[in-house]
Design a protein around this ligand. Structure first.
Ligand SMILES: *[C@@H]1O[C@H](CO)[C@@H](O)[C@H](O)[C@H]1NC(C)=O
Length: 394
């Protein structure tokens, strides 16, 4: 009896497993497809088409045409900038005589970097030697009425030297502390007109190379020209020669919205932006830089000195307070080239948006439409389990 039961159980189990495997197999190879409910709702139909058109327009118009979404981009090129200034100026300074300024004198630092300083005005104090002299009356802490105002050994706050303990006459109207310093102290009255007024006609040559490493593409801002005199004769002009890399200083200051005379007097800082926007699906010759200029700051000066010994072996210096324009050249670039991956990504995103369109239309149809209740009933069939016989007969 036990054996019979065992056999029956085995058979039952085998049959059950057989049907389960059969069901699983059928499930695996079955293909399910969604059943649609067609409505003749014109409003939602129109909304659906409009949204689809919108997505299509967004993809073709904005993503592909305007934003060039089919391109891979490189927006961090390697750049190099070399600068060179040209021009000569003569200054006439009281008790320093005429002085000629050439590029080695008025550009600091002289290496031709992307940041440099062009001298346009200066205060020159010649023949300073270390010794004692009255402090300048323009220094507040240097003004005194009696010796007690000038404690020995204290440096003058924001001044030029160290107090010796005496209060002396600076001129007929001012008394100031005597100081140990480079004497005489600087007379800080600025010339009314910039001393290097000719600087407006100096020219700046900018040589700029960009290298888009992602695309192994590099380009110079200098024109590929066979005419060797071109760079010697051309001058940048935003309309007539926008690709000439030789800039007149005055033009740059004016493009930044300031007049040369004003900026040259007290100095300032001008930003030069070079922008490359290259579409490498087009010929390389069309990849050209755009230049723009902006005024970054006003009032810029610093001091520097040159030292010498006189025949009696006394140590002297000439102090220069230099006012001028600082140029900051910065380069930004981006290049794009067709690539299949961004195309696939943009397409994928747009297909997802099309899916969202259906969701939106469904929401409108099922919840906002005037016949929403009816549509909802049609769309969602209530799944009812078959009722018990007893229950049904009641
Ligand atoms: C700069 O050049 C222009 C035209 O070449 C000239 O008229 C002007 O006087 C020059 N400026 C100075 C300060 O020399």
């Amino acid at each position: 009896m036990g054996a019979a039961m065992g056999a029956a159980m085995r058979e039952a189990l085998g049959a059950a497993m057989g049907t389960a495997v059969g069901a699983a197999c059928r499930g695996l190879l079955d293909y399910k497809t969604a059943k649609f409910a067609l409505t003749r709702n014109r409003r939602v139909g129109l909304l659906h088409r409009l949204l689809q058109l919108g997505v299509l327009g967004y993809l073709l118009g904005w993503v592909f045409l305007v934003k060039k979404g089919y391109q891979e981009t490189d927006s961090a090129p390697r750049v190099s900038v070399i600068t060179k200034l040209k021009g000569i100026s003569v200054t006439e300074v009281k008790d320093a005589g005429n002085r000629l300024w050439d590029v080695a004198d008025y550009v600091k630092p002289p290496q031709g970097e992307n940041t440099f300083f062009l001298v346009t005005n200066l205060i020159i104090t010649t023949k300073q030697a270390q010794g004692t002299c009255p402090e300048s009356p323009s220094v507040l802490d240097g003004i005194c009425r009696e010796d007690a105002d000038c404690p020995v050994g204290n440096p003058v706050v924001r001044g030029n030297g160290i107090k010796t303990g005496k209060c002396v006459m600076f001129n007929t109207t001012h008394s100031t502390c005597e100081i140990y310093s480079w004497c005489p102290v600087e007379n800080d009255t600025l010339p009314r007109k910039p001393l290097l007024a000719e600087a407006e006609n100096f020219t700046l040559f900018i040589k700029n190379n960009v290298n888009f490493t992602k695309f192994n593409f590099s380009k110079d801002n200098t024109l590929q020209t066979n005419d060797p005199t071109y760079f010697k004769s051309c001058t940048y002009d935003p309309f007539f020669s926008p690709f000439c890399p030789v800039f007149r200083i005055r033009d740059m200051v004016e493009a930044a919205g300031e007049t040369f005379g004003n900026l040259a007097l007290l100095g300032g800082s001008i930003g030069v932006y070079i922008k490359w926007d290259c579409d490498l699906d087009h010929p390389a010759a069309l990849c050209q830089p755009q230049y723009s200029f902006s005024l970054q700051d006003r009032n810029y000066n610093f001091r520097t000195a040159s030292y010498y010994w006189d025949p009696q072996k006394r140590h002297y210096r000439s102090l220069l307070k230099l006012y001028g324009i600082r140029f900051d050249i910065s380069v930004h670039g981006q290049a794009g080239k067709f690539s299949i991956i961004p195309v696939a990504v943009s397409l994928g995103a747009s297909i997802a948006l099309l899916g969202a369109v259906t969701v939106v239309c469904d929401l409108v149809l099922l919840y906002l439409d005037s016949k929403a209740d009816f549509y909802r009933k049609e769309k969602f069939e209530e799944a009812k389990p078959p009722k018990d016989k007893a229950e049904a007969s009641v």
